[in-house]
Ligand binder design. Structure first.
Ligand SMILES: Cc1cc2nc3c(=O)[nH]c(=O)nc-3n(C[C@H](O)[C@H](O)[C@H](O)COP(=O)(O)OP(=O)(O)OC[C@H]3O[C@@H](n4cnc5c(N)ncnc54)[C@H](O)[C@@H]3O)c2cc1C
Ligand SMILES: NC(=O)c1ccc[n+]([C@@H]2O[C@H](COP(=O)([O-])OP(=O)(O)OC[C@H]3O[C@@H](n4cnc5c(N)ncnc54)[C@H](O)[C@@H]3O)[C@@H](O)[C@H]2O)c1
Ligand code: SF4
Ligand code: FES
Length: 810
């Protein structure tokens, strides 16, 4: 029997997800042709924000690679825009002159970014943020230009602004409304969000209406209707989207704001369907993926001849993808005369929660700071659950304490509650994947159901479902592929490096069949670390794989200058060193000299080309303030001067710092030594803390004083300074050998458990073996500043900032 022909116009998330569903339901029913204007296979548009922010590489975001189309016998035409539909002959034609016949035609042409029709909007440097091309344009601009202005303080504008900050641009967000994300948040949450983003370095110009884009050929600034101006050499417009209806309109298909469709996604013309952002269903054109996937699923059923009740419309929820900020919004968030709300606000913790109730039903929610209730509340909104008489327990739980999360939350969820909003995956579907398909890791569930494959916001919840079904023991410890280039986890890769004696990243990528032969920004630095850890002698450090700070041995600052922190062992200095630092600060006109939290001196605002000269003049070792290595050993004065001190804290700290300086570790390591249990050096929030007690020392591990405060765990008590050195060496090497790249000791201990660390270090012979390996590595380490001063070719890489590429920064 001749197969029927389906043509999909639009190779984006909505269209391709519908085809995926269709292939599952009716694999052999259709001959499929796909046209896409962009020159890429289907990629995850959501993750462009992560690419811009440097959290993902372009290769990480491909959802269906070229081979997927081939495997499913799909004819794919990328770089082709369909310009004409002949409804009588049932054919489409592209701008490149290709014609294809169809029996069923799906229009999934998405949206176009709305570009404000302002005078000057056509100047160079004025762009949108919608596709790979825009993302690359921003990364390219950041190589040369410094001042970015984003117009629009919505989800897209704020994610663009965060990305541009990461590219070291000076970023201002211009917003027409008086508060940010006014379409998703109330004033309180918006205000908290603004404060948090300001802390991250974002600037805001609120209640500003742009009148003109200034500049000659290239943009130089914006003028507002109130007469004020702001300078800009890059302007990103993020003021909303418009359904892309041009093709439908010119083909005589009924349109309103979007392409009008009924509950079966049928347009006004028989045999032509529409899904995604271009479609308008019951008066709504959506701008988030969850509803588009729901539409795709309904249409796939329809085309496969599977019974469906049709698409009923969607309630949507959003989550801002800016690291360090947790914001969630769902349904109707605004207060109205007919609504009442339950609010919880904790200014100390920076938490705000609000649920909006109408006629006894939750119709909306806004969460800031703690969004763990998001999925539960969203499910209640979608299900129209009646909470009459128990309104307060919705946020506060039965006993007046906040509702529980984790496994308890999962137990309380019904099977059809959605866990992954982006992909419309329910708790029931995940449980089924675990029980029937044997999935036992988040990665496997992702491959099986797509849950967590898009924004990744639901990963913790997916992990909770897994633990709820299998128990902690049943969940695989090696869960995720290291990155999108390989399905192999960290442990498998390290094991292969050992057993196959792989000594370069290229070898690893070839032998272990990386999907992207060049690797990505996630795996390249990780591999370089693992190879150096396993083969300290054989592996030559791959400088180009390191992040910009480690390549330049200085911390890049938001204005593109660097900071220089010389080593100051145990926080102890001398008048001679201080004089030298002062002279150099004057010689190089250092804009800011500051004491760091780690008891040393930071020279800030240094031009890249001045770094080698300054290091030579300082003639002090690098303090590694930029590296994944030992940073500082903070000490108190201890028994040398303090009345309470029982041990020589400074001497102990200096010994530790001298021994472990320059060591490469999975993530940065901070240490501290206190001379008595008063613990003035705050050793119990460090990766390795030493606290003097009567007749010896307590050794503490796994502390962190940063964003996620974690007190240390007590490892053991020892008597002598030699034992402190022995245990610290063994501990550091065990962390080096088992930690994931970028994983601080606090996260590492949470992952592998204190008991495992204790067991690994308990036997003297094991500690000796670990110390043997760390000593071998330490013997090979050289001071990087000195190396650069001495080697002319390395010095030449210190070119002025303008000549650096943004690509090399991510
Ligand atoms: C930076 C960014 C971050 C986002 N983050 C989130 C998020 O966190 N959560 C969320 O839910 N949503 C997010 N979104 C929105 C989400 O990406 C979109 O809702 C989704 O991609 C829309 O899918 P679509 O298939 O309808 O349209 P698109 O993805 O736009 O796909 C349409 C495709 O059709 C092509 N096309 C158009 N006309 C033609 C033609 N005539 N011929 C051939 N091809 C054509 C287009 O070039 C495009 O490739 C984000 C969007 C952006 C830009
Ligand atoms: N995390 C996420 O879920 C996410 C991230 C990015 C994009 N998206 C989606 O992509 C689409 C585009 O996002 P968006 O933020 O551009 O759209 P949006 O419509 O959500 O927000 C646009 C914002 O721009 C403001 N604005 C309008 N005109 C303006 C002007 N002249 N000057 C300054 N500000 C002005 C509006 O007040 C609004 O807050 C949306 O559908 C959004 O949902 C979602
Ligand atoms: S920790 Fe003890 S020894 Fe050190 S400064 Fe404080 S009181 Fe003195
Ligand atoms: S909610 Fe975004 S991937 Fe699951």
């Amino acid at each position: 029997m001749m197969k029927k022909k389906i043509v999909l116009v639009g190779n984006g998330m909505a269209g391709v997800s519908c085809i995926e569903q269709l292939l599952k339901l009716a694999p052999n029913r259709y001959e499929i042709t796909i046209f896409g204007s962009e020159p890429h296979p289907n990629y995850n548009r959501i993750l462009l924000s992560s690419v811009l922010a440097g959290d993902a590489g372009m290769n990480d975001i491909v959802m269906n690679d070229w081979s997927w189309y081939e495997e499913h016998n799909i004819t794919l035409h990328t770089g082709h825009t369909v310009t004409h539909i002949d409804k009588e002959r049932k054919t489409v034609r592209t701008d490149m002159g290709i014609t294809a016949e169809y029996d069923e035609l799906i229009l999934a042409t998405g949206s176009l970014p709305f570009m404000l029709p302002l005078p000057g909007a056509d100047k160079e440097g004025v762009i949108a943020f919608r596709d790979i091309k825009d993302c690359k344009a921003m990364m390219e601009a950041a190589k040369t230009y410094k001042k970015a202005v984003v117009i629009g303080g919505g989800l897209l504008g704020l994610e663009a602004a965060r990305g541009l900050l990461n590219l070291h641009m000076d970023v201002s967000v211009v917003h027409i409304n008086e508060y940010l994300m006014n379409l998703q948040l109330d004033r309180t949450a918006s205000h908290m969000l603004q404060l948090e983003l300001e802390k991250q370095g974002m600037k805001f110009l609120l209640k500003k209406n742009t009148e003109t884009i200034l500049g000659k050929k290239r943009v130089s600034g914006l003028r507002f209707t109130d007469g004020s101006e702001v300078e800009a050499d890059l302007v990103v417009m993020a003021v909303g989207i418009r359904p892309n209806v041009a093709l439908a309109k010119s083909s005589g298909i009924a349109i309103n704001r979007g392409i009008v469709v009924n509950d079966y996604l049928e347009t006004s013309v028989p045999g032509i369907y529409s899904i995604g952002e271009c479609a308008e269903h019951r008066g709504v054109a959506y701008g988030l993926v969850a509803p588009l996937y729901e539409q795709g699923a309904v249409l796939a059923k329809r085309l496969a001849g599977v019974e469906t009740a049709g698409y009923q419309g969607s309630v949507v929820s959003t989550k801002l993808k800016v690291s360090g900020v947790d914001v969630f919004s769902a349904g109707e968030y605004a207060d109205k005369p007919e609504t009442r709300a339950v609010r919880v606000q904790d200014d100390f913790e920076g938490i705000y929660k609000k649920v909006v109730i109408r006629d006894g039903k939750i119709i909306g929610a806004v969460l800031f700071g703690d969004i763990s209730d998001g999925s539960r509340l969203f499910a209640m909104i979608r299900n129209g659950e009646d909470v009459t008489g128990k309104e307060k327990t919705v946020l506060l739980g039965e006993s007046g304490t906040p509702a529980k999360s984790g496994a308890e939350l999962i137990a309380a969820m019904s099977d059809d509650e959605v866990v992954c909003g982006c992909n419309g995956v329910s708790k029931g579907a995940i449980v089924q994947a675990i029980q029937e398909k044997g999935c036992s890791s988040v990665g496997e569930i992702k491959a099986c159901t797509k849950a967590s494959a898009s924004c990744g916001g639901c990963k913790p919840l997916v992990a909770d479902v897994l633990t709820y079904v299998l128990g902690a023991e049943g969940v695989k410890t090696v869960k995720e592929g290291m990155c999108g280039c390989t399905p192999l986890g960290r442990d498998e890769v390290v094991e292969s490096i050992r057993s196959m004696r792989l000594t370069t990243s290229k070898e690893v990528m070839n032998v272990l069949e990386w999907s992207n032969p060049e690797g990505c920004s996630k795996c390249r630095p990780a591999l370089n670390y693992y190879l150096g850890m396993v083969w300290p002698e054989e592996h030559a450090d791959e400088r180009e794989s390191r992040f910009v700070n480690e390549r330049n041995h200085a911390n890049i600052q938001k204005d593109g200058t660097y900071s220089v922190v010389p080593r100051m062992y145990g926080g102890v200095t001398t008048p001679k060193d201080l004089k030298r630092i002062a002279e150099i600060a004057e010689k190089y006109e250092v804009p800011l000299v500051k004491m760091t939290g780690g008891q040393r001196i930071d020279l800030l605002g240094i031009k890249k080309e001045d770094l080698p000269g300054m290091w030579a003049d300082l003639d002090m070792p690098s303090g590694y303030a930029y590296g994944k290595s030992l940073r500082t050993v903070k000490t108190c004065v201890g028994s040398t001067f303090c009345r309470f001190g029982t041990q020589d804290a400074m001497g102990m700290g200096i010994q530790l710092e001298k021994k472990f300086e320059r060591l490469n570790t999975p993530a940065k390591v901070k240490m501290a030594v206190s001379g008595c249990p008063r613990n003035c050096a705050e050793a119990t929030i460090k990766d390795f803390g030493v606290v003097a007690i009567d007749g010896g020392w307590e050794l503490h591990i796994g502390g962190n004083g940063g964003t996620k405060l974690r007190g240390t765990d007590l490892l053991c008590k020892v008597k002598t300074e030699e034992e402190v050195l022995e245990w610290s060496g063994a501990f550091l090497q065990y962390y080096r050998e088992t930690g994931k790249y970028n994983e601080r000791t606090a996260e590492w201990i949470e992952r592998i458990g204190l008991e495992q660390v204790k067991a690994a270090l308990a036997a003297k012979e094991d500690r000796d073996a670990l110390n043997g390996r760390i000593d071998k590595t330490l013997d090979l380490m050289k001071d990087p500043w000195k190396e650069i001063i001495e080697q002319q070719e390395l010095r030449q890489t210190f070119v002025p900032m303008e000549e650096q590429s943004a690509e090399s920064i991510i």
